[in-house]
Every structure is written in structure tokens, then in C-alpha cells.
Design a protein around this ligand. Structure first.
Ligand code: MG
Length: 395
């Protein structure tokens, strides 16, 4: 089969990664998993490789190299380990499309490699554009690479923009489910548990993004992502709460018309659209039944209860490395919250603190982004220790 598109999935064992492999399974005549990579989930990575027989498998954690190699080399599968090997995998000649399905800052380097080598990129790692949107946009304009978003909101906007002139766009309207705490009073948010936060009403996603949805940091990131992806002024991007998650986002045009993209809340839909490179791949199920729906409703987002949402504007106004700081502090805060070390309401507090303390760089280079990420993570981690010492000493 010579017409198969060869796919590298950076982060194949996570939520988007496994759903990408399922999509490849549905269209074996169109796609082949050429490279799969994982951070630490060696067992799942091995079983995925046994099934899909990629040319290359990479495990980020060097300590897990041996068991993966022992399991897969007898099958004729090349095995490598380490962060650098993952970035190199994204640039291989035998790869047509790179799916960046990792979570967090770690997606940056492989995405940059994929851009440099002019690949087609199905971008699921929103942090890449959050952390270094300006740099990535500059790189994209110089290379022949093309990004198709996998994030459902951005996929929706992308679809609404097909056939439209840039100057006709008035506003991007990003929908948000509002997460599991949409109706909670402010006071109640201080005592919610990680288990409460992990119960998302509409979407099945990984732990990090589910917590980001609960704090609405995810929506803030998506505003920043949209700013760079669609090259639009921040004031022309609006977020609206739409609890049913049926409208995945909208575009308002200068004549007053609004286009929306609707569908069941299933990430396979944007994955299919991105893998197909904006072509529609037909499926047998997963269709929307509008007559079974009683209402599609909308609300204004509340930045008082969900301050993280407001940080998108702050970052886009301050520019420089501020979104990188917010992202790093958020990664540390979410990790600490999931481990029960801080309260839910400490997450925005920790981000604001880090943004204030970490050195601001107006026009950062790649090396400066790396340094900012490291500094912000340290500042946030130290502040968590301070918070805990203070709290324990007052009990
Ligand atoms: Mg999204």
C-alpha cells in the first residue's frame, strides 16, 4: 500500500495518542503508525508496537529502554530512548505527519523539529503555542510545515474559516463547557478534591487537561493558542460557556453572520479531520442527534470564580515570556493539586505569584524559553513548600 500516510505519534499512550491509533485502525488503507513514543508507559507502548508494527519506538525515560528494546527488537522494530530521540523522531524522512499528542511543555521540542523538517502537523499539544507562540509562528512562516489543530475548539474554528477571507472575520468565539464546578460558589471551590475535579461532565480526557478544564486554565490556553494559530488580535477572541459541548466553537463575520461547527463531544472527530489534512473521512457512527437534545445554552464566563481564565488576557497583553511562566507554574500547581499538596484555589494563586516573581523577558529566544520554564517551575515549587509550612505552623 503505497498511498498510506506515515504517522509519527509523539505521546501514543495518552488519551489523544490512543485515540489516534484507533483512528489509524479505522482507516488502515489511509494511515500507518510509523513512529510511536511515550514518556513512561512502557507496557502500553510495547503492546501498541506489537499491534501496529511501527518502524521506530521511542521511550523518553532512559531507565525503561532495556525492557522496551528486549520486547521489540526481535520483531524488527527499532527502539530508542531519551528526549532527544523523540525530537529526532519527529523529523524522520519516513514520516509524513506528526501528531503532537503529549501534554505540557515537553511537546515544544518535537513540534519545533517537525516544523523545521516541513512536516504536516496535527497539533494536539496546545502548550507549544502557549509557551512559544511567537517563535513557532515565525518558524512556520519560514518552513513548508502546515499545522492542523486537533484541539476541538480550534478544529471547529479552522472548519468555519474554510472558504472565508481573513478580512471578513470579526471574532472567534471559543466555547467552554465550564467544567465540573461551573455552578459552584466561590467558597465551595476551596474544598474540592482531585477526584471531584477529574469528573468532567462531557469530555473523556487525560488528568492534566481535565484539571485545566476545571480551573478554566484550559480555556485561557486555548485563547492564546487561537491567537497564534489564526493570527488574530487577542481582543477579537471571546470565550463563552456552553455546558452541552455540542457547538465546538464559532466564527463571527463582518456581515453579522456566525458560523458554528457542531458534533458529539468526541476527540476522534477533530483527530480524523487533522489526520485527513482537512478532508472528511467518512465513519459509520458517532453522529449527532439534534432532536434528542432539549437545549443548547450559553453563559458568560466568570473570572472572579475562575481567575485562571483571565490570565490569557494578561499573558497576551504582557507578551514576552509571560505565557511560558503561566504554563510552567500551572504544570507544577496541577501536579501538586493532584497529589493533594495544595488546594484547588491555590492553583490560580500560585500562577499569579510566579508571574510576579519570575524574570520577565520581552523577546525571548528558544534558550530563554527553556530557562524561563525552569525558573518558573522552581519558583512555583518553592512557593508550594512555603504555603505548606505556613499552613502547618498555623494549625
Ligand atoms: Mg479543547
Amino acid at each position: 500500500m503505497t498511498n498510506q500516510k506515515r504517522i509519527a505519534i509523539i505521546g501514543s499512550t495518552g488519551s489523544i495518542g490512543t485515540q489516534t491509533l484507533e483512528t489509524i485502525d479505522t482507516f488502515p488503507e489511509l494511515f500507518k503508525a510509523q513512529v510511536i513514543t511515550a514518556r513512561r508507559s512502557a507496557d502500553l507502548l510495547i503492546s501498541q508496537a506489537r499491534k501496529h508494527r511501527p518502524a521506530l519506538v521511542v521511550i523518553a525515560d532512559n531507565g525503561l529502554y532495556q525492557p522496551v528494546r528486549d520486547a521489540l527488537t526481535p520483531l524488527g522494530i527499532e527502539v530508542a530512548a531519551g528526549e532527544k530521540a523523540i525530537a529526532e523522531a519527529a523529523a524522520r524522512d519516513d514520516v509524513d505527519t506528526v501528531v503532537t499528542a503529549t501534554v505540557g511543555y515537553s511537546g515544544l521540542e518535537p513540534t519545533m523539529e517537525a516544523i523545521r523538517s516541513g512536516k504536516e502537523i496535527a497539533l494536539a499539544n496546545k502548550e507549544t503555542l502557549v509557551v512559544a507562540g511567537e517563535l513557532i509562528t515565525r518558524m512556520l512562516s519560514r518552513s513548508g510545515a502546515r499545522i492542523i489543530p486537533v484541539d476541538s475548539e480550534h478544529s471547529a474554528i479552522y472548519q468555519c474559516l474554510v472558504g472565508e477571507a481573513t478580512e471578513s472575520v470579526n471574532k472567534l468565539i471559543i466555547t467552554a463547557s465550564g467544567g465540573p464546578f461551573r455552578t459552584f460558589e466561590k467558597e465551595r471551590l476551596a474544598s474540592v478534591s482531585p477526584a471531584d475535579a477529574l469528573r468532567h461532565p462531557n469530555w473523556q480526557m487525560g488528568a492534566k487537561i481535565t484539571i485545566d478544564s476545571a480551573t478554566m486554565m484550559n480555556k485561557a490556553f486555548e485563547i492564546i493558542e487561537a491567537r497564534w494559530l489564526f493570527d488574530i488580535a487577542p481582543e477579537r477572541i471571546e470565550a463563552v460557556i456552553h455546558p452541552q459541548s455540542i457547538i465546538h466553537s464559532m466564527v463571527e463575520f463582518t456581515d453579522g453572520a456566525v458560523k458554528a461547527q457542531l458534533g458529539v463531544p468526541d476527540m476522534k472527530l477533530p483527530i480524523r479531520y487533522a489526520l485527513g489534512c482537512a478532508k472528511r473521512l467518512p465513519v459509520d457512527n458517532g453522529f449527532l442527534s439534534l432532536s434528542d437534545m432539549s437545549a443548547l445554552t450559553f453563559e458568560k464566563p466568570d473570572t472572579d470564580r475562575f481567575p485562571c481564565l483571565g490570565y490569557a488576557r494578561l499573558a497576551l497583553e504582557k507578551k514576552g515570556n509571560s505565557a511560558c511562566i503561566i504554563n510552567a507554574a500551572n504544570e507544577i500547581a496541577v501536579e501538586a493539586f493532584l497529589k493533594g499538596r495544595i488546594r484547588f484555589t491555590d492553583i490560580p494563586e500560585l500562577i499569579a505569584y510566579s508571574l510576579d516573581k519570575v524574570s520577565f523577558i520581552p523577546s525571548p529566544t528558544y534558550t530563554e524559553y527553556v530557562a524561563t520554564n525552569a525558573e518558573a517551575r522552581n519558583v512555583a515549587s518553592d512557593h508550594i513548600s512555603d504555603l505548606n509550612i505556613k499552613r502547618h505552623s498555623t494549625i
